[in-house]
Every structure is written in C-alpha cells, then in structure tokens.
Ligand binder design. Structure first.
Ligand code: CP3
Length: 356
C-alpha cells in the first residue's frame, strides 16, 4: 500500500523531503483527556495495552489532533519480560514492577524467548489493527526496550535510582548478566521481527538506561547488544527496508559507535546539539531528536524559537540541507503538559522547515 505521507520514512532514508517530519515520544498518554477517558474505560494500563481495539484507539488519538508524521504503537517495553514470566504489574502511582524479578544465575537459566504467537499475540493484533485503521495515512512505528534497559527492570524488579542490583551483577557475576542479555536480545529481535511481520513500518529500540553506565561498562553491557540487534534483525532491502532507530538517553558519548552499528537512525537526547551529533555521525545515519521535553512548558513563542534553533542547528551542520532529520523530543512527554503547546510545536516544525 502506498503511504499518503511518507516523509518520516524518506527522512530515515536521508532522501529529500518537503518539510521535516515530526513525531513525539509518548505522544499517546495522560496529557490527553481522551487518553485518560479510554484508560478509565480499560480499568488499568495493562488492560489498555492488552486490548487491541483500545490500544488502537489511543494510538490514533494524537493523530486526530495534530499533523504528526508517524504513529507509534501503544504498548510498553515491559511486555517482553512480562511474557518471559516475570509478572508485570503497575502499583498505583509507583510505576512498573515485577512480581518475580531475576536475581540469581538459576533465575536467569530459567528464562527463554517467549512465543510471539501466544503470549505476545495481543501486541501483533494491535499492530495489524492500527495498520488497517491508519489506512496509509502515516507510517506505524513498532518498538522494543534495549536488552540493557529491559535487564535493568528485570533485575531491579521495577524502576531504580541507583541500579545497585544490576550494577552489582555486572561486577560480581558478569557471565550470568551476559546470559541474561543474550536471551533478552534474542527475545527483542524476535519481538521486533514479529511487529514488522504484523505491519510495523519502522522500528525503534529504547535504551533508556544505557546512560547510567561508565563508558567501558556501556560498551560491554549495552552497546554490544544494540550492535547484535542492528546486525541480526531481518528488515528487507533497498527502498523496502524497514528502518531501525536506536534511541538512547545519555547516548551522546557513543554517537560514532551507534552510527557504525548499521542502524538506519540514531535518536539523541538534548544533552548534545544536533549540529554536533550530525558532525560526529558524518551523515552515515539519519538523526532523530532532540528538544528537551521541558520546552513544552515554555510559551508558544518560546517553543517556536527552540524548534527553529534545533532545525537550523541540524541543517547548518548538514550542508544547509534538512535531509536526514526526524524531529522529536529528546525523551518522552509528561502527563502535565499542555495539549495546545504540542500543536504549536508540531506546526512550527513543518512551517519553519518548509521555508527552506
Ligand atoms: O510513545 C508512545 O506514545 C508509545 C507508548 C509507550 C509507552 N511506554 C506507554 C506508557 C512507549 C514507547 C513506552 C516505552 C517505555 N516504557 C519506556 C522507554 C521509553 C522511555 O520513556 O524511556 C520505559 C522505560 C517504560 C517503562 C514504563 N512504563 C514506565 C517508566 C512507565 C511510567 C509509569 C508512570 O506511572 O509514569 C510505564 C507506563 C506507561 N507506558 C504509561 C504510558 C502512557 C503511563 C501509564 C498510565 O497510563 O497509567
């Protein structure tokens, strides 16, 4: 099926675009009153994520409001460890938790790649339904957590401030942690391949917690597995290739390494300028990012100024061309953000990038 709007995929192929494409991490979520209403109907976050009709509805909600250039599957990165038997639950106001965290080599030895056709069937059903409902309006992005980021939640049992348990495992039982990361990488590759088979037209890996590591530890426990994903994930050839984006919070020190993995895109946060990111990656990958999400707390004029600055920063390092840039925030949106400010941001990206 031909897409009505393919500028997101064109940008990832570094082809010319009429204006810079934009989507926002966590574009579906609690800042939207219609999301809160659907979530109330579902009863819980997992009730929403495991119901393909409702997951499809909340995926489409931000696209009805804003001129976004891509949809992202409504789901969560923790569906994979949940399907590996860890028992995901959301305690009210406390974020995600696992009933059975992975703490010992024996726990790790019991883990296996989950069956995509049964325990994660609901995700693939949501992908196919969203594709059908989008009807070619914009491409659909599928996603996974990175092996390191998933392992953080699996070992810590939930969110963490200091990552004491998984860092202890890296120091004292590195072989066991590598076994955990190997099986999780196999699961991530199977999960992304299944989303692609179900209809996802681009794939993003979220390495939310790679940035908490010292450089040599990052290279050993996070980067190595991102490299495996980029090398081994089947994604077609030529114009039909399904692009892979490696996003990482705090990945600025590793942009050269990430650009060399073979992924089509690299997503960056706001601690590096897009100009510097473009110079250091040398045009080998498309770049995605990178406004500080807090920019949405600025006035409409303040938001427009920052959008223009980011667009021009990229273009000035890219020989004056906007090709190869996907506009985004540097991390996800927060529940207290003003929906009207999102409109200002999205429209400003298109307006300023169309002007040349
Ligand atoms: O971007 C999108 O619109 C797609 C949906 C999406 C969600 N989670 C929905 C969600 C995506 C891409 C994710 C990924 C995710 N989940 C990450 C990586 C991205 C990142 O932010 O770095 C991480 C670390 C998680 C784990 C997770 N799930 C957390 C930390 C939370 C928040 C808990 C809270 O209460 O704030 C979740 C739950 C979650 N996932 C929500 C949403 C909209 C909010 C839960 C709710 O509606 O109650």
């Amino acid at each position: 099926m031909t897409l009505k709007n393919d500028r997101f995929l064109r940008a990832l192929r570094r082809e010319p675009v009429d204006c810079t494409p934009v989507w926002l991490m966590r574009q579906a979520g609690r800042y939207l009153p219609e999301y809160r209403a659907t979530r109330a109907q579902a009863g819980s976050f997992m009730g929403l994520a495991t119901n393909p009709e409702l997951a499809c509805e909340v995926t489409l909600q931000p696209l009805r409001r804003y001129a976004l250039d891509a949809a992202i599957l409504f789901s969560d990165i923790l569906t994979v460890p949940d399907a590996m038997g860890l028992g995901l639950y959301f305690a009210d106001g406390e974020g995600p938790k696992f009933e059975r965290p992975v703490r010992t080599p024996a726990d790790i030895a019991r883990l296996a790649v989950p069956d995509m056709g049964s325990s994660l069937r609901y995700v693939m059903d949501a992908v196919s339904l969203i594709r059908r409902e989008l009807d070619g309006a914009v491409p659909l992005i599928g996603f996974s957590g990175s092996p390191w980021t998933l392992a953080c939640y699996m070992v810590e049992g939930g969110g963490s401030k200091d990552f004491a348990r998984i860092k202890s495992m890296a120091l004292n039982e590195p072989a066991a942690l590598h076994r955990l990361l190997e099986v999780t990488t196999d699961a991530v590759i199977a999960y992304l391949a299944a989303q692609r088979a179900a209809g996802a037209q681009a794939l993003q890996v979220f390495d939310t917690w790679g940035g908490v590591l010292a450089p040599h530890v990052y290279r050993e426990f996070s980067l190595r597995y991102l490299q495996r994903i980029a090398a081994e994930l089947p994604r077609g050839d030529g114009a039909d290739r399904t692009p892979l984006i490696l996003f990482g919070k705090g990945n600025a020190p590793y942009l050269e390494d990430l650009a060399a993995t073979g992924s089509e895109g690299v997503g960056v946060d706001w601690t590096v300028s897009l100009g510097e990111a473009r110079r250091r990656t040398g045009g080998r990958v498309a770049l995605q990012g990178n406004l500080d999400p807090a920019t949405l707390y600025a006035s409409p004029e303040g938001i427009r100024t920052e959008v223009k600055r980011a667009l021009d920063d990229y273009a000035s390092a890219n020989g004056g061309s906007r090709n190869g840039h996907v506009f985004n925030l540097g991390h996800g949106m927060s529940p207290d953000m003003n929906p009207e400010h999102v409109r200002v941001l999205v429209d400003a990206v298109h307006e300023f990038s169309r002007e040349g």
